[in-house]
Ligand binder design. Structure first.
Ligand code: NAI
Length: 402
């Protein structure tokens, strides 16, 4: 049996995440200061065979309460530091006192480290630590107090943890807009205009909490190891968009997140890259294409290969499908070729912006040319599959612990 500790489990992203893990047979240590909601959740979740879920009603802004967390905590395969708060007060930063900023920083930035410290003795070898930051940690969002600084700090802290503890796998999930109590609160407080927010998202919609749960479920898996130290930005393309044209609201409903994957592999050595069994012919499946051709191309030709792969894909798939391209993780031998990799990555992001309205996704994995394909199968199943329908325009560097 595998065990996960989830903070902020009583609502929003944490709630859907707890349900997903419990349904998959994991034992959950559920942490939240909303005791009533926590108890309701504990009663609702299916219990794992031969064990019970553990409920911990504590305030994560209090280091003393976090330190006592370890007492009832069993050995852990993964910690998901998900609890977080925004600042809907509309108080300009310069007018905020230490107390107002302090509570937010205590929860968003200090608590994740304190939870890892408190549970250090309980971590199994190779355990996964996942910190939930935000797109707000990548770009400054004004009028939300110290929210953006706290999330930028959390990203840097996670990367430092990945370097300090190469025996663990430490990653960051940076969600875009997700329709949860946190976002509804900002909308009600007049701090967020949902139409204006969606107009900046190439996929033309916000995410459902269940989509973040899928990302967290993957990042809690040993198969996330190649991403240790990385940020997984699941935001419908909002973090890669730099244009000014508003995107229309999505016309296509997302497909079921647990849909089987129908994966086509193009390029040399295709069989060893096939990461999923074919979906049964009587079931509808989520179509995905993995194109290996840029991986082994001549230096200086990666961007052209990505363009050719994308053009092939666009000619065959019209909507609701994913393309994943593999890029070589190598340093250019000649300075004249040094722009090629960056151009290829930006091409991926640009295609994602143009295709988002049709729910056509494109992402890249940067891998060593001698990588063992099997080591990337769990990552490929997630990135290519229906569970990652809000992930687009990203290049993930797969190099294992930094
Ligand atoms: P939410 O407000 O729906 O849920 C947060 C949970 O944390 C609640 O159950 C709450 O009771 C708990 N919590 C809050 N303060 C606590 C404390 N001091 N001690 C213990 N528990 C506490 O939030 P949501 O939207 O599910 O967000 C989860 C994480 O995702 C947060 O870290 C948030 O910053 C991040 N995020 C959310 C986005 C969104 O659009 N909803 C976008 C980007 C990041």
């Amino acid at each position: 049996m595998q065990t996960v500790l989830i903070t902020g489990a009583a609502s929003g992203i944490g709630l859907d995440t707890a349900r997903l893990f419990a349904d998959a047979g994991w034992q959950c240590v559920l942490v939240d200061y909303n005791e009533q909601a926590l108890r309701r959740l504990g009663q609702e979740l299916p219990a794992p065979a031969g064990a019970a879920h553990v409920l911990q009603a504590i305030d994560l802004t209090d280091p003393g309460q976090i330190a006592r967390l370890v007492d009832a905590t069993p050995a852990l395969d993964a910690i998901l530091n998900n609890a977080g708060m925004s600042d809907a007060s509309n108080t300009p930063l310069a007018e905020q006192g230490a107390a107002q900023m302090g509570r937010l920083l205590a929860l968003n930035l200090q608590a994740p480290a304190a939870v890892v410290d408190a549970c250090a003795r309980r971590l199994k070898p190779g355990a996964r630590i996942v910190n939930v930051a935000s797109g707000a940690g990548l770009h400054a969002i004004p009028w939300r107090g110290a929210y953006s600084p706290s999330k930028a700090g959390l990203i840097a802290q996670t990367q430092a943890l990945a370097q300090a503890r190469t025996d663990l796998c430490a990653t960051v999930l940076a969600p875009g807009f997700v329709r949860t109590a946190l976002v509804n609160g900002l909308i009600q407080a007049g701090r967020l205009d949902p139409q204006a927010a969606v107009a900046k998202i190439p996929m033309g919609r916000m995410a459902a909490p269940a989509e973040m749960a899928q990302a967290l479920f993957f990042l809690a898996d040993p198969g996330a190891q190649p991403l240790s130290g990385q940020v997984l930005a699941v935001n419908g393309g909002s973090s890669i968009y730099g244009g000014t044209q508003p995107f229309p609201p999505a016309a296509l409903e997302p497909l079921p997140l647990d849909m089987p994957l129908q994966m086509e592999v193009l390029g040399a050595d295709a069989a060893s890259w096939q990461a999923s069994a074919s979906a049964p012919s009587d079931q509808s499946a989520y179509p995905a294409c993995l194109d290996l051709s840029p991986l082994w191309c001549e230096p200086g030709r990666v961007m052209q290969e990505v363009h050719a792969a994308a053009a092939r894909f666009a000619a065959r798939y019209t909507q609701c499908a994913s393309l994943t391209v593999l890029l070589p993780l190598r340093k250019a031998a000649r300075w004249q070729d040094a722009g090629d990799g960056a151009a290829a990555r930006m091409l991926v992001s640009t295609f994602a912006c143009e295709w988002g309205g049709r729910a056509l996704r494109i992402n890249a994995l940067e891998v060593r040319q001698d990588v063992d394909p099997a080591s990337l199968h769990p990552l490929l199943r997630y990135v290519c599959g229906a569970g990652a329908q809000f992930l687009t325009g990203q290049t993930l560097v797969c190099q294992g612990p930094p």
